[in-house]
Design a protein around this ligand. Structure first.
Ligand code: ADP
Ligand code: MG
Length: 722
């Protein structure tokens, strides 16, 4: 390799190993940096604690008068853990986490200092929000945004090189009350789903129904690459993915050698990550079973969706920060390497409460199965009606590389149920239920529903939205994305469907139909009207892509440019508005922001392609040509003819690459789009293909030019040297 690459490899080979720590016992680590309910119980007066607990567990409104007492206890605890600062943590419409830090220290009039933290500052903060995207909600002269304490997500201590900080999870809203963040709609969507689920459960005869909440367990994939390599790759540094480079001769087929041989260095890293997560009460377990070389996975145990979402954000932050400490870069990009599996985030989702349990868990009695089928049917209806929304909430420039490539779920959103449940719905649709407890054809009746076999063993890896025994798994979510958007969409569509089910049952019963018959009729309506979204076959196949669109009328929104405009559709606006999740203004602002992010991401990449081609690849190829030509003429003077074919081929590739670079530069300077949708389409249909064109020539050149001249670390180096 060239000098810089050789140096990088040498640095890695000679690096001092980070000493592995002896892990502390789990019981001493576990949630030690979290202001948990049990710590509150110890430090708060009984009445105050009761009130907080009610808010956390039953969603009761926060009694603001107790804030001072809680703040004091929280401050004392934080200071005892070494914290000097506190921060309201919030989740703006990037996929990042934002914090506004303040000191506990307050200077008195006599010049002395005391530590201070009042209820007022616990409950509300006022960060300078003007630097966060707001999609036109706040004009700059009204740039105020407020953060407000989310009591349902526990406060914690974050320790970095700058010291320890008490972190308080908050929502972030404009001064007019509009959501500027990802948490606010999640809390609202959860509330809407709870309300609808309560309605249905009470129709089904339950009394004393505990609040229904959604749960989320997110499996996170990521790549690790040594910092020495990344610093030589402007594309990885600035866009998170390689814009040039060819898969190593040993690609994924190499995996049998790779498994079981996680470099010690990575293991030490994982241990470090886990320890920090345990301190924060995040129940994570690393896995080593990813398909691509250099790729890993970490999956926390599921928790309440709101807390899981905050924890997921923390997890991404910790993965990245800790990597730096270990001389690694953690890539959360969905497709850092071409020709090698990308990274996703499987969002496992269910809904339930403490009185009825997991409502997506098939029960052991026909009665609980009916309830399950109604909730499951509601999900099917939701995915059918709002599939394009599910596609839109995972739309990004980076996730586009994954969806639809034959390794990740297709961009067509369908539901996989497994043969058993498929079968039951089919029978309901046919009006006959067989295969029940008693053999033979039964009357159409609840009591004849078969008992489900719990571990419905069949799995379908190609489905974007799969039922996996007691939950749905949304697999098309990108590795770098917040899980909030998908959870908002799922809970909202479910709320809508549960309301529809409750309305439909109510109508039928008002006409004198008994509950059991009304249920079966409703289920039949669902499967007859929405069964088109259920698909158990190979989601990667060309036949499915044709059938899904042509016969079943499902959308195939290939790029984010196709998918994001769904957010502007009137039926989506109506859905969010009616359920109180997002107002039309809030929704429109989200579209604006995500569309801008998409365009910006592609522009950054395209500029990098131009500059790397011009300043890195062209000079390397030209230098090689110069070498070759002097070698050839030198040999000629000895009467030896080497033939100029290699030179001619390289020259041709180089000329073609530079011609593509010119086309790309010209396209980049295009202005005057009639609207943002047109500009997104231009990025998808013109800029991206031109980037691919440049890359194709450059990647061929990589295989032609002397290795010692190639300026960028190769796939082989980045993926295999640790
Ligand atoms: P996989 O086979 O996909 O690797 P796992 O059984 O390991 O699945 O679980 C993946 C994730 O699903 C974990 O985070 C797990 O906690 C979560 N999970 C399990 N049950 C539920 C549930 N009822 N609701 C939500 N998430 C769940
Ligand atoms: Mg999974």
């Amino acid at each position: 390799g060239n000098a810089a690459r050789v140096q990088a490899v040498q640095n890695i080979v000679n690096r001092q190993a980070m000493p592995g720590k002896t892990p502390e016992s789990l019981s001493s680590l576990w949630a030690s940096d979290v202001f948990t309910l049990s710590k509150m119980k110890e430090s708060l007066p009984k009445e105050v604690f009761k009130s907080v607990k009610k808010t956390v567990e039953a969603g009761a409104e926060l009694d603001v008068s107790i804030a001072d007492v809680v703040a004091l206890a929280m401050k004392d605890w934080a200071i005892s853990k070494g914290a000097l600062y506190y921060a309201h943590v919030f989740y703006p419409l990037t996929n990042l986490t934002a914090e506004k830090h303040d000191s506990f220290i307050s200077v008195q009039s006599d010049g002395s200092v005391i530590s201070e933290f009042s209820g007022k500052v616990l409950v509300q903060g006022e960060p300078d929000g003007s630097s966060f995207p707001n999609g036109g909600i706040r004009s700059t002269f009204e740039a105020r945004g407020y953060t407000a304490w989310d009591v349902t997500s526990p406060a914690f201590i974050m320790t970095t090189d700058n010291g320890a900080t008490l972190c308080i999870p908050t929502v972030f809203v404009s001064w007019t009350g509009e959501a500027l963040d990802k948490k606010t709609p999640l809390l609202r969507a959860n509330a809407a789903m709870n309300k609808a689920a309560q309605r249905l459960l009470s129709i089904l005869g339950h009394i004393d129904i505990a609040p229904v909440n959604s749960s989320c367990g997110a499996e996170q994939e990521y790549f690790l690459v040594d910092t020495n390599f990344v610093s030589l790759r402007p594309d990885l540094l600035l866009s998170g993915r390689t814009l040039f480079g060819v898969a190593a001769a040993k690609g994924q087929q190499f995996d049998d050698h790779y498994f079981g041989a996680i470099p010690e260095r990575v293991q030490v890293y994982m241990q470090d990550v886990e320890e920090q997560l345990y301190r924060l009460g995040i129940p994570a377990k690393t896995r080593h079973n990813e398909v691509a070389p250099g790729q890993f996975e970490i999956a926390p145990f599921f928790e309440a969706a709101n807390v899981a979402t905050d924890h997921q954000q923390l997890l991404m932050t910790i993965l990245k920060h800790t990597a730096k400490k270990h001389g690694l870069v953690c890539l959360l990009h969905e497709k850092p390497f071409k020709g090698i599996n990308g990274s996703g985030k499987h969002v496992n989702w269910s809904v339930g409460n403490s009185t009825q349990g997991n409502l997506l868990d098939p029960g052991s009695t026909p009665h609980s199965n009916t309830q399950f089928l109604l909730f499951c049917g509601a999900v099917i209806r939701g995915v059918h009606l709002y599939g394009p929304l599910l596609r839109a909430v995972i739309a990004s420039a980076s996730n586009d590389h994954r969806l639809g490539a034959n390794e990740a779920p297709p961009a067509i959103i369908s539901v996989y149920l497994g043969t058993q449940i498929d079968n039951v719905f089919e029978q309901i649709s046919n009006g006959e239920i067989t295969g029940s407890l008693n053999a033979g054809v039964m009357d159409l009746g609840i009591n004849t529903l078969p008992v489900f076999n719990k571990d419905a063993g069949d799995r379908n890896r190609t489905s974007p939205f799969a039922f996996t025994g007691n939950r749905f798994e949304f697999r098309a979510v990108g590795s770098g994305q917040s899980v909030a958007g998908p959870l908002v969409a799922m809970n909202t569509m479910l709320a809508d469907s549960l309301n529809w089910v409750a309305d439909t049952l109510g109508d039928k019963m008002a006409q004198g139909t008994d509950l059991d018959t009304a249920i079966l009729k409703t289920l039949k309506e669902i499967i007859d009207q929405h069964g088109a979204v259920v698909f158990g076959g190979n989601g990667y196949s060309a036949e499915w892509h044709k059938m899904a669109v042509e016969e079943r009328g499902l959308a195939n929104l290939k790029t984010a440019a196709d998918a994001l405009p769904v957010l502007c559709e009137s039926y989506i606006e109506k859905l969010f508005h009616e359920l109180g999740v997002l107002s039309p203004v809030e929704l429109a602002s989200r579209f604006e922001i995500y569309a801008e992010q998409y365009i910006l991401a592609i522009e950054v990449e395209a500029k990098l392609v131009v500059s790397m081609a011009k300043t890195g690849i062209f000079p390397a190829a030209a230098k090689y040509l110069a070498h070759l030509s002097s070698t050839l003429s030198g040999l000629k003077s000895y009467g030896i003819e080497l033939g100029n074919e290699p030179m001619a081929r390289i020259a041709e590739l180089l000329t073609a690459m530079m011609a593509a670079v010119v086309k790309l530069s010209t396209a980049l300077s295009q202005h005057g789009f009639s609207d943002i949708e047109e500009q997104m389409q231009f990025c998808a249909k013109t800029i991206r293909p031109l980037m691919d064109e440049v890359r194709q020539y450059a990647d061929t050149l990589e295989g032609e030019i002397a290795d010692e001249l190639w300026p960028y670390p190769t796939y082989q180096e980045m993926l295999f040297i640790k």
